[in-house]
Design a binder for this molecule. Structure first.
Ligand code: HSE
Length: 324
């Protein structure tokens, strides 16, 4: 890595819906928008093989700018560390500009989108030394910095796009799952915040055997339903026995929002990531629009503001916006 073809890369990574009801820490999919942008550039004022955060915009001044505490910074440091470990140390210092396009603590994979965008831009800048799958492991280190756990169910789809199964963590094994063309997502973000760390701390350390059996059945059922375009099976499988029973109380009007989705024709609904966003899987765009409006109304009737959108499930992952 003596010469670089590029000096500056700006990349985008999308919001993601993690867990998808029956796949705690193992399922996630990319949505079309919103997302975060990161620009990574060669900076002669930064020592070779190191990185710094030059600026963060759109976070209201809340995110750490210390590189080792910022999810985007941590992900890029993990990439630089891996280069060093492979005896190919980076001979350049890197600066990162982060532009948040989505709210913090929203359940939309905000920290993963920042990490994914930054690590994708850095990898591109350095001549793509790593495959996208490997970048997921670096972005997951960003998640560890954000909430203490290197889960990859947001980082995976934020980088790869589409619906991703994290089959295993040690080592990371990601599987892209095809999605029926008529499957859409209805998504609402109530204007509240849930800390992922607190939402994880709210969960039991152990689960009964019956829960394990039921959750395995549903997660296998969802994958089978997605492969077979069996909408009934997809709907029956969207049951969350691992997180929802303990997290529902953290989410304003969760029961009403979920009910509104189901009454409006959703196949199933659940908490997006650690919340407070709520997603529904829906057959057909028109039904998705109807569900979204009903879910939004259910949030707003409690007096809270709410963003709402429909999205495809097979959204694109991280991508370069500009490079020079
Ligand atoms: N799987 C994670 C969780 C996603 O539910 O805690 C949130 O980042």
């Amino acid at each position: 890595m003596d010469e670089l073809q590029l000096s500056r890369v700006r990349a985008f990574a999308p919001a993601t819906v993690a867990n998808v009801a029956c796949g705690f820490d193992i399922f996630g999919f990319a949505v079309d928008s919103p997302g975060d942008e990161a620009t990574v550039y060669v900076d002669a004022s930064v020592p070779a093989g190191e990185a710094r955060i030059a600026s963060v915009k759109g976070d209201g001044g809340r995110l750490p700018v210390e590189v080792s505490r910022n999810t985007a910074g941590v992900a890029v440091l993990a990439l630089l560390e891996a280069l060093k470990a492979a005896d190919r140390p980076c001979r350049f210092g890197l600066s990162i500009e982060l532009e948040k396009g989505m709210p913090l603590g929203s359940g939309l994979g905000s920290s993963a989108a920042s990490a994914a965008a930054a690590v994708f831009a850095a990898n591109r800048l350095l001549g793509e030394p790593f495959a996208e799958e490997r970048l997921v492991a670096f972005a997951a280190e960003g998640e560890r910095a954000a909430c203490g756990s290197a889960h990859a169910d947001n980082a995976g789809p934020a980088l790869l796009g589409g619906f991703v199964l994290v089959r295993a963590y040690e080592p990371l094994d990601l599987v892209r799952i095809p999605v029926p063309t008529e499957l859409w997502c209805a998504l609402v973000h109530p204007h509240a915040e849930v800390s992922t760390k607190e939402a994880r701390d709210a969960l039991p350390a152990q689960y009964p055997r019956a829960t394990l059996v039921a959750q395995s059945g549903n997660s296998a059922g969802l994958v089978a339903g997605l492969f077979a375009s069996d909408y009934g099976l997809i709907g029956r499988s969207l049951v969350d026995l691992v997180a929802e029973p303990w997290r529902a109380r953290l989410i304003p009007r969760y029961a009403q929002v979920k009910e509104a989705a189901l009454v409006s024709g959703a196949l199933g609904a659940g908490i997006s990531g650690s919340g407070p966003s709520v997603f529904a899987l829906v057959r057909g765009r028109d039904t998705a629009e109807r569900c979204t409006q009903a879910m939004k109304a259910a949030v707003e009737s409690g007096g809270l503001g709410c963003d709402a959108r429909v999205s495809r499930i097979m959204g694109t992952g991280a991508r370069v916006l500009t490079e020079e």
